[in-house]
Write a protein that binds this ligand. Structure first.
Ligand SMILES: Cc1cc2nc3c(=O)[nH]c(=O)nc-3n(C[C@H](O)[C@H](O)[C@H](O)COP(=O)(O)O)c2cc1C
Length: 223
């Protein structure tokens, strides 16, 4: 099996969580003797090369982050450039997100399930998993640890059944958290996590609070 893997995140590869997940997934593919090539749509200059890879290959995997509950706009723009093919080609998806509960990725999953039909190709299923907000701010060793479960999914995918097997379905984890846990997380997000995000933003040069209402403080926004 040869898999064309397309990173559908608008983020440049160096900072993309999807990229780190792909790296672990491909370790699993290699273990099972499958070959692969990886591409990223974040660099528009590479779109022609990716279109060519899509046209010339039959096993396509699009790995993408959930952005505002659905598919990133840049990926939609890229998908619109792809020509129709036939059922010899299969497209599967690896959908990952920041928040952890499976339920909040289902809208995106349903949307993705329709796309192969528009392109005339087969659907290979969608691997769904959240809890990936922090990958890119971890050191390399920790990144390897948190993305390691995707290696097993790479091995599974190399078996040829896409993401339809029960192991892939279980991979999502809990659909919703129990109420006490949700309340606790709400508290953590409003306190410790907020502080941590503010610190990370400051290290990237942000000088205002993350919940700054620029439309209230910046007079040019009001005009
Ligand atoms: C503009 C934007 C919108 C996002 N929307 C969501 C969302 O609706 N739900 C969610 O769980 N995570 C959301 N996230 C978090 C990303 O899905 C998550 O951090 C992902 O791992 C990013 O992958 P990437 O670095 O490859 O782009 C969003 C991130 C950004 C930047």
């Amino acid at each position: 099996m040869h898999v064309v893997i397309i990173n559908g995140s608008p983020r440049i590869q160096k900072y993309s969580n999807t990229e780190k997940i792909i790296a672990s997934f491909t370790d699993g593919l290699s273990e099972k003797g499958a070959s692969f090539e990886t591409h990223a749509i974040s660099n528009r200059k590479s779109w022609e090369t990716i279109q060519k890879a899509y046209i010339e290959n039959e096993e396509i995997l699009i790995a993408l982050p959930l952005y505002v509950e659905c598919v990133p706009g840049l990926l939609l723009e890229f998908l619109e450039t792809l020509p129709k093919k036939d059922e010899h080609t299969r497209i599967s998806f690896l959908l990952q997100s920041g928040f952890a509960e499976g339920c909040q990725l289902r809208c995106g999953e349903e949307f993705l399930a329709k796309l192969p039909g528009y392109l005339g190709v087969r659907y290979g299923g969608c691997l769904v998993k959240g809890n990936n907000f922090g990958i890119r701010i971890l050191d390399e060793e920790k990144q390897r640890q948190v993305t390691k479960p995707y290696q097993a999914m790479g091995r599974l995918f190399a078996d040829g059944d896409g993401f339809f097997r029960v192991e892939a379905k279980k991979f999502t984890g809990p659909e919703t958290f129990p109420l006490p846990l949700r309340l606790m997380m709400q508290f953590i997000f409003k306190t410790f996590a907020k502080k941590m995000f503010q610190k990370a933003a400051a290290s990237w040069g942000c000088t205002v609070p993350l919940d700054e209402k620029i439309w209230e403080t910046n007079s040019s926004c009001r005009e």
